[in-house]
Design a protein. Sequence first.
Length: 148
Amino acid sequence: MEIILKEDIQNLGHKNDIITVKDGYARNYLIPRGMAINATPSARKMHEELVRQRAHKEEKIINEARELAARLEKVSLTLGAKTSSTGKIFGSINNIQIAEALAEKGFDIDRKNISFKEENIKEVGKYTALIKLHREVNVEIPFEVVSE
């Protein structure tokens, strides 16, 4: 079944993409949750017009994302965490903590756009966070986890 995505969905596609998925996934999950619409001929026409109108605005959005990326590249973060005597963190570092640290520095980044190269951060050390500002603009931010 062909659908038009109404929002970015990780590992599936970006907003306004026309993709093919299995019928059950579209009917039972994506469409009822408002994440997608069925790609009927009339919906395709509306989609084409929307994409045509949005092309100019998209350039401006990409330029703003690139400017923000340039400012973010200069940022490095230090996060404190409670640790054991061996350097293991009680719990783990997550994207919420990175978003809060960036907010303290004046950057409003949604936590859903932050991911890590490592799966779980459970030890003191230096790591890298990947921030997705736009589908074409990504920034890597180094951060260090220290013992409190």
